[in-house]
Design a protein around this ligand. Structure first.
Ligand code: ZN
Length: 475
């Protein structure tokens, strides 16, 4: 038996000589020639490289620590993605769904998604995570709400484990099919007993509430137009009993609001409040059409919003009033949303779009580059209910990314490299460290062969699309 693991010290990694280290700490310090010491899964020290304590310099000299030199780079906390549907990376740019708004778009795509398999969930989740990680994301949520052909949330959780990404797996669900007045076809909905039973099983098997946790379960009925009031209420009760978060879609566009008024006689925010779906343990995707009273309610209760600017533009849903929300105290994070309504899942790109879209709606001072980065890091952490990610400070999780600023995209932007991250064409990371483990180095994954993964993903996407186009041919 190997007994050495108990006495092996946690690996020590020292990032040093970052041109700028963006901390997102309480003082929002940006440190020139910055350094970060990571010990095991957590950050141990932050400051100027010239100030590195002797104990770490000794460790470097004696070969007990790994040095990662970051000349020419901006180093910052890993970005946090608060809304996604990763399986949709199999159904990007589907011709039939390119130019529709939300309900029409969904109706076209449900037919394809009914043919998903467990392997498709696994491969698409890994592919989506690879894309996110390259774009600076280290923590992500994923909202999986259909489980055809034996698929389970476990398939995406195992994919996240293989990728080494910090993961909030949202157990989505749909229970009101077309025959009962809902939007999805009957074959992709589940019974409410089965949904709740599986939710409990998943919490028992996977949920880790501890600090630096790599995996949490979230209960996430898909949307007000695909589940019943009962399921919304029972999910909230179960979540609170077990200490897990709640997530759904809300007030995405005008039709969504009209549906809520017609079916429930309430605005989406009133409906959420009525069901117990407000509080610091709840976050809602989109909220493009959250009204004034709804914004005040969310601010008062600390209810979070996942802002998805690319998806909102793609589906012409509108411009979410992010500035008003933040002034009212609403926690706001960013989400790339599913790959079928934002066919490019680039987290730094999403921060850029958030900034640009606010300016279209509310003027050039509506959002600064630094505010966009803050929403993409600290904002996302708050929305997911975490106080251990989103900033670089002692005691925080060791989730760090670095962007090389010496390429053509950033040429001439050296006056303010931090703002350049957002103003210039979004770059890919050269370094990604998650929980103290280096996952991307020199722009390449350390433990993953990307080409075979993408080849398999290509085949599965083709199979799925062709099967839906020719439904009467045997699978
Ligand atoms: Zn969504």
């Amino acid at each position: 038996m190997n007994t050495s693991t108990a006495t092996t010290p946690s690996p020590l990694r020292i990032v040093r000589h970052a041109d700028v280290l963006v901390t997102m700490d309480a003082a929002r310090r940006e440190i020139r020639d910055g350094a970060v010491v990571m010990q095991g899964p957590a950050i141990a020290w932050v400051g100027e490289t010239a100030q590195l304590p002797a104990v770490y310099l000794d460790a470097l000299r004696e070969g007990r620590a790994e040095a990662i030199d970051m000349h020419g780079h901006v180093v910052m906390p890993g970005l946090v993605n608060t809304h996604h549907h990763m399986y949709q990376s199999l159904t990007r740019a589907v011709p039939e769904a390119q130019d529709a708004e939300l309900f029409g778009w969904l109706t076209n795509l449900y037919l394809l998604w009914a043919r998903l398999t467990p392997e498709m969930i696994r491969v698409s989740t890994q592919t989506a995570m690879a894309e996110l990680m390259l774009s600076g994301c280290t923590t992500t949520s994923d909202h999986l709400y259909l489980f055809p052909n034996g698929s389970r949330l476990d398939d995406s959780i195992e994919a996240a484990d293989a990728m080494g990404m910090r993961f909030h797996a949202a157990r989505g669900s749909m229970s009101v099919g077309r025959s009962a007045g809902g939007l999805p076809p009957d074959e992709v909905v589940e019974t409410e007993e089965a949904i709740l039973r599986d939710s409990e099983r998943l919490i028992d098997r996977w949920h880790d509430a501890s600090r630096h946790s790599m995996r949490r379960i979230v209960l996430a009925p898909c949307s007000p137009f695909s589940v019943s009031r009962d399921l919304m209420r029972l999910s909230a009760e179960l979540a609170r009993e077990r200490g897990v978060s709640l997530h759904t879609h809300l007030a995405e566009n005008d039709n969504d609001v009209a549906y809520s008024r017609e079916k429930f006689g309430m605005t989406p925010a009133e409906y959420a409040e009525d069901l117990g779906w407000v509080g610091r343990d709840v976050w809602h995707a989109h909220c493009v059409k959250l009204d004034e009273a709804g914004i005040a309610l969310f601010g008062r209760t600390g209810t979070g919003v996942a802002h998805c600017p690319c998806s909102n533009m793609r589906l012409a849903s509108g411009i979410a009033p992010i500035g008003t929300m933040r002034r009212a105290g609403v926690p706001v994070g960013l989400g790339v949303d599913g790959s079928a309504s934002n066919d490019g899942a680039h987290m730094l790109g999403e921060a850029r779009q958030a900034m640009l879209l606010q300016r279209v709606g509310y003027g050039p001072a509506a959002m600064t580059a630094r505010e966009a980065l803050e929403i993409a890091t600290l904002g996302g952490a708050q929305v997911l209910g975490r106080d251990d990610i989103g900033s670089i400070a002692p005691g925080m999780s060791a989730d760090i990314v670095a962007f090389d600023m010496r390429g053509v995209a950033h040429a001439g932007a050296g006056h303010d490299p931090v703002a350049a991250l957002v103003f210039c064409t979004p770059a890919s990371v050269s370094l990604s460290v998650i929980g103290g483990t280096v996952r991307i180095r020199n722009g390449e994954f350390t433990g993953l062969e990307l080409s075979p993964l993408l080849a398999r993903h290509r085949d599965l996407a083709h199979t799925l699309y062709e099967a839906a186009r020719h439904p009467h041919t045997a699978a």
